[in-house]
Write a protein that binds this ligand. Structure first.
Ligand code: ATP
Ligand code: MG
Length: 321
C-alpha cells in the first residue's frame, strides 16, 4: 500500500548570493512499512528533501513546485493549522542532533507529555503513553525525569524516536539519525528503528551519507546528486545492476573487504547549485559524458521494471564498471 507520493518536487533557497536549486524535479513513492534510503554526497539535497516532505523547509528556502501526497491529500496545499495536526501524527522527523527535538532545559518526561497534550491527549493519557513509549525504546524508569544533558547520545536519540512514533505516524523521516553516535550505539538505534518499522508498519526515510548503512538496512534506495534523483530502485535490483555512473562511483567508494582493489573515490566536487552545469548535472565529473550530456538534461526514466535512472546511456554502459 502506498504511504506517500512525491510528485515533481522543486525547492529553492533564495540567498543573497543567488538562488540555490536544492531539490529539482524529484518524484518517488514510499510503500507502507518500507525503509527507503536517501544517499548522496554532502549538499546533494537530502535534508532539504526531508524537510520538504513535512512542508517545513527553513527560510530562505521555499517549495516552488510539486506535490507531497499523504493520505490522499497534498500536504503542500494545507493551511498551517492542518499542517500542525499532521506533523508528528501522520509524518514525523528524527534528526542527527536530538537536541533539535529536545529542549535541554526541561525534563524529558515533561516535554513528552506536553507534546502529546498538544495533539489532544489528556494529561493522564499523555503520561501513561509517554511512560509506555519510553520503556518501549529502552529508557529505564529512573531516567524518565532526567534532563536531556543527563542522557547519553544514544538515550537522547531513543527519546526522539519515541516522540517521533508516539502518535502512530505512517512516515518517519530520519535525517542521519546515527551519525553522531558510536558504532555500537548506531547499531542499537538502527535495530530499534527497524523493530518499530516492522511492529507499527511505518515507512522510514533513512537519510544518510553512509552507503554501507543504507545497503545493510534499507529496502529501496534513492540516489541524489545536485538536488536531483540519479537513480531509484529496490536495493537488490540496484546491487544487481547500477545504471547511473554516479551510483557506480558512489558505491565504488565503499571499501571492499573481499577485493584487493583499492577503493576508488569520485574526483572533483559537487556542483554549485546557484549555477548548475548545463545538460546533465553530473556531466563535469562523469567519465562517460558526451556532447549530448553537456547540452541535454536527461529525465528520470524506468530503465527496467521499478528501476529508474536519469542518464542518457542508462542500460547501455559497461556493466563491469
Ligand atoms: P549533508 O549531507 O551535508 O547534510 P544534504 O544532502 O542534506 O547535505 P542539503 O542540506 O539539503 O544537502 O543542501 C542542499 C543544497 O541547499 C546545498 O547546496 C546547500 O548549500 C543548500 N542549502 C541548504 N540549506 C540552506 C540554507 N538554509 N540557505 C541556503 N542554502 C541552503
Ligand atoms: Mg543533510
Amino acid at each position: 500500500m502506498e504511504a506517500l507520493r512525491v510528485e515533481d518536487l522543486w525547492v529553492k533557497y533564495y540567498t543573497a548570493s543567488g538562488v540555490v536549486s536544492a531539490v529539482s524535479a524529484v518524484s518517488f513513492t514510499m510503500k507502507r512499512g518500507e525503509m527507503l534510503g536517501v544517499v548522496g554526497e554532502s549538499g546533494s539535497g537530502k535534508s532539504t528533501l526531508g524537510f520538504a516532505l513535512m512542508n517545513m523547509v527553513p527560510p530562505p528556502g521555499r517549495i516552488v513546485k510539486g506535490a507531497v501526497i499523504l493520505d490522499g491529500r497534498n500536504i503542500l496545499e494545507l493551511g498551517s493549522k492542518e499542517l500542525r495536526g499532521i506533523r508528528g501524527s501522520r509524518i514525523s522527523m528524527v534528526f542527527q542532533d536530538p537536541f533539535t527535538t529536545l529542549d535541554p532545559l526541561r525534563k524529558v518526561s515533561d516535554q513528552f507529555v506536553e507534546f502529546l497534550m498538544e495533539h489532544g491527549l489528556s494529561k493522564e493519557e499523555a503520561q501513561s503513553r509517554s511512560y509506555q513509549l519510553l520503556a518501549a525504546v529502552g529508557i529505564p524508569e529512573r531516567l524518565r525525569d532526567a534532563y536531556p544533558h543527563q542522557l547519553s547520545g544514544g538515550q537522547k536519540q531513543r527519546v526522539s524516536i519515541a516522540m517521533a512514533i508516539a502518535l502512530n505516524p505512517s512516515i518517519v523521516v530520519a535525517d542521519e539519525p546515527t551519525t553522531a553516535l558510536d558504532v555500537i550505539v548506531q547499531k542499537q538505534i538502527m535495530d530499534l528503528m527497524n523493530e518499530i518499522r516492522v511492529k507499527h508498519n511505518v515507512s522510514i526515510m533513512l537519510i544518510t551519507h553512509d552507503i554501507a548503512l543504507a545497503l545493510e538496512r534499507t529496502d529501496k534506495i534513492l540516489v541524489m546528486y545536485g538536488g536531483e534523483v540519479m537513480e531509484y530502485a529496490g536495493k537488490d535490483d540496484l546491487m544487481r545492476e547500477m545504471f547511473h555512473p554516479y551510483t557506480k562511483a558512489l558505491f565504488a567508494s565503499l571499501p571492499r573487504i573481499s577485493s584487493k582493489e583499492l577503493p576508488r573515490f569520485l574526483k572533483g566536487y559537487p556542483p554549485d547549485l546557484r549555477n548548475p552545469p548545463k545538460g546533465c548535472v553530473f556531466n563535469p565529473r562523469c567519465e562517460y559524458a558526451t556532447d549530448k550530456c553537456r547540452v541535454e538534461k536527461p529525465v528520470l526514466r524506468e530503465v527496467s521494471p521499478g528501476h529508474y535512472a536519469s542518464c542518457h546511456y542508462a542500460g547501455e554502459l559497461d556493466a563491469a564498471t
